[in-house]
Design a protein around this ligand. Structure first.
Ligand SMILES: Cc1ncc(COP(=O)(O)O)c(C=O)c1O
Length: 397
């Protein structure tokens, strides 16, 4: 706050901003950038940025939409009705889920926006939120901005990286108001079953907790298994919402378009907050999103196949050098244990420094991520094989 009589250079940031965690991905990107600037050929498996372009028919729809004068005006509050209808069609077609376009859908400027806004839309300072650990760090940012508290739910290999609701203490269950989940999971690559989601609905309704299921990798399931939507579960809409982004399914990360669907009150709160913060998304992007969701899904099939091939080659190549990791069941991440004698950070630093291969250290996703690194399957098979070869040459394994 600006204090009278004090130089403007003494502006202080707010208490909310002081509570923000370190922006993990920003630090990671800057570490990698330092090596790139020195001229090293870095193989960056640390990031989560899709490497493929947006499919042509979506780009073309955008090009045409940009020229429409009606889209040069402010977009309607709450988003274009045609996109909300398209979202409903998408959920009906893909998951057999029926949604009310007016009351059960909110259009977002990227999933990150919605995930960070949700605690502010629903919580009061001091309220408790359950978060997966390891988990996507942006959940923590929204919780910090809302001045809420978080309680970590450990995701362990033994429990297939699912939270164990029975181990959550009674006091925590009683205080919790919201819970973040994310399957297919970033960073572990785990998927959830319909039975787990059923258990989640039971747990949430017994304890009156709002479930926020982040379905960012919903389109990326391997070995013939289609990841279920949380909203397919009986009673899901009574206890929560699902957040879906077009960033990964259609390689549209730079376009900033996503949506939330489900519980009317939660969607209403999110839309109310958004009406005060933004004026929806550029309508041309909304039109391109409509085309993405309702047009041919062949591009999604091909993308999934490409990630599955990359996954197979990478996990196989790692195994060949004695680095054993479970093959992820979904998402575009592999979750690999670090060798004995290393921490997540020390291994990542050494490999970046000596082999110029970047991983995301697991502890950046929470304390239960210690002992692992995350690799993005976001470069060609050859580059991924080369990354493994460079690590082999270090003779760590
Ligand atoms: C789990 C998870 N949720 C949400 C997002 C953010 O998606 P968006 O690009 O729509 O903001 C990401 C992006 O990496 C993610 O990994």
């Amino acid at each position: 706050m600006f204090r009278k009589g004090v130089s403007p250079l003494d502006f202080e940031i707010s208490q909310s901003l002081k509570h923000l965690p370190e922006q993990f991905f920003a630090r990671l990107a800057s570490d990698v950038q330092q090596y790139v600037q020195k001229g090293y050929d870095v193989i960056n498996l640390g990031q989560g940025n899709p490497d493929q372009p947006t499919p042509e028919h979506i780009v073309q729809a955008m090009q045409e939409a940009v020229a429409k004068p009606e889209y040069h005006k402010y977009s309607p509050f709450g988003g274009q009705p045609f996109l909300k209808e398209a979202i409903c069609e998408f959920y009906r077609r893909e998951y057999g889920v029926h949604l009310d376009p007016e009351k059960e859908v909110a259009i977002l400027i990227g999933a990150k926006h919605g995930l960070v806004e949700l605690p502010r839309a629903l919580l009061n300072p001091g309220d408790m939120v359950l978060v997966p650990d390891p988990g996507y760090p942006d959940y923590w940012s929204g919780i910090a901005l809302a001045r809420a508290r978080m309680e970590r739910m450990p995701l362990t290999k033994e429990n297939e990286y699912l939270p164990d609701y029975d181990s959550i203490p009674e006091t925590v269950k009683h205080l919790a108001r919201m819970m973040f989940l994310n399957y297919p999971n970033n960073p572990t690559g785990a998927t959830a079953s319909p039975a787990f989601f059923k258990e989640t609905v039971r747990f949430a309704s017994e304890n009156q907790i709002c479930v926020v299921h982040d379905f960012a990798y919903g389109a990326i399931g391997f070995d013939g298994i289609k990841p279920p939507s949380f909203l397919e579960t009986d009673g899901a809409k009574e206890v929560g919402i699902e957040v879906y982004t077009l960033s990964k399914t259609y390689n549209m990360a730079g376009w900033r378009i996503a949506f939330a669907a489900g519980n009317k009150r939660v969607i209403g709160a999110l839309n109310l907050l958004q009406d005060h913060l933004h004026c929806s998304v550029f309508s041309a992007i909304q039109e391109a999103a409509r085309v993405a969701l309702t047009g041919s899904q062949q591009c999604v099939k091909e993308l999934r196949q490409m990630y599955e091939k990359r996954r197979n080659r990478f996990i196989e190549a790692a195994k060949d050098i004695g680095w054993h990791a479970d093959a992820p069941k979904g998402s575009f991440f592999a979750w690999l244990p670090v060798p004995d004698g290393y921490t997540s950070e020390s291994f990542s630093r050494e490999v970046l420094d000596k082999a110029h291969v970047a991983f995301a250290p697991g502890n950046g996703f929470g304390e239960h991520g210690e002992g692992f690194v995350r690799a993005g399957l976001l470069t060609t098979e050859n580059r991924m094989k080369e990354a493994v070869q460079r690590i082999k040459d270090l003779e760590i394994f």
